[in-house]
Design a protein around this ligand. Structure first.
Ligand SMILES: Nc1ncnc2c1ncn2[C@@H]1O[C@H](COP(=O)(O)OP(=O)(O)OP(=O)(O)O)[C@@H](O)[C@H]1O
Ligand SMILES: [Mg+2]
Length: 198
């Protein structure tokens, strides 16, 4: 069952067209790359695919129907800047349990220390915070993951470790993954299909 964006056109109010007639389909169990130069609209398209933004033209369908509104979003996004994606007034244990309560197994496999759960977001490094955002996005009701430069701030070894975990979960649960990145090598390594913007 696919997540599909058809004929997407988008402009921020008063601005130029950022996306024109973009088509992208992510099937369940598929890992699709989205690439292109900085400013070409990758994040914008990711936000539209996850329902954070409505397109000016075209539409996004999940299993042939419009994205559901309210409740747990089956299309989860991991954002480029994790510090903007968490509530600074919540400790990590509250952040993580917002969508679901991850078991120790997934926390451990993502390299999240138990002790970090009692910390505030500003007491973690960007990479440590991003691991929480990845864990939060992998709730049991997640069907598709939009990973926007998810591991860009991490060193190569940690990047590989996190992708191994995410792709393993995706394979076991038949999740579709949209990998947004300007890193061609990462896209080539992970994705069966690639859409280039710009
Ligand atoms: N909230 C906004 N209001 C107005 N313009 C915006 C807004 N967000 C992004 N833009 C503009 O839309 C264009 C696309 O931005 P977007 O963040 O989608 O690009 P990107 O491909 O993700 O870039 P990068 O590789 O640097 O992350 C850019 O020209 C940007 O300046
Ligand atoms: Mg971006």
């Amino acid at each position: 069952m696919p997540l599909e964006a058809r004929n997407i056109g988008f402009r921020y109010s008063g601005g130029p067209w950022v996306l024109r007639e973009v088509d992208i389909v992510v099937n369940s169990g598929e890992v699709v790359g989205l690439t292109g130069p900085s400013g070409c609209g990758k994040t914008t398209l990711g936000r539209i695919m996850a329902g954070y933004e409505l397109p000016c033209r075209g539409n996004v369908m999940l299993d042939g129907r419009p994205l559901p509104v309210g409740g747990y979003n089956p299309v989860q996004m991991v954002f480029q800047h994790p510090e903007k994606a968490v509530n600074t007034r919540w400790k990590m244990k509250d952040t993580i349990s917002e969508g679901w309560n991850p078991d120790d197994g997934i926390l451990k496999s993502l390299g999240i220390e138990r002790e970090w759960l009692n910390r505030w977001p500003n007491e973690l490094s960007g990479g440590e915070l991003q691991r929480f955002c990845v864990a939060r996005a992998l709730g049991p009701k997640t069907r598709f993951l939009v990973a926007d430069e998810m591991t860009t701030m991490l060193d190569a070894i940690t990047q590989a470790q996190i992708w191994r975990v995410v792709l393993d979960v995706a394979r076991r649960r038949n999740l579709g993954v949209l990998v947004i990145s300007h890193e061609q090598s990462l896209i080539k390594r992970l994705c069966g299909k690639v859409v280039a913007l710009g």
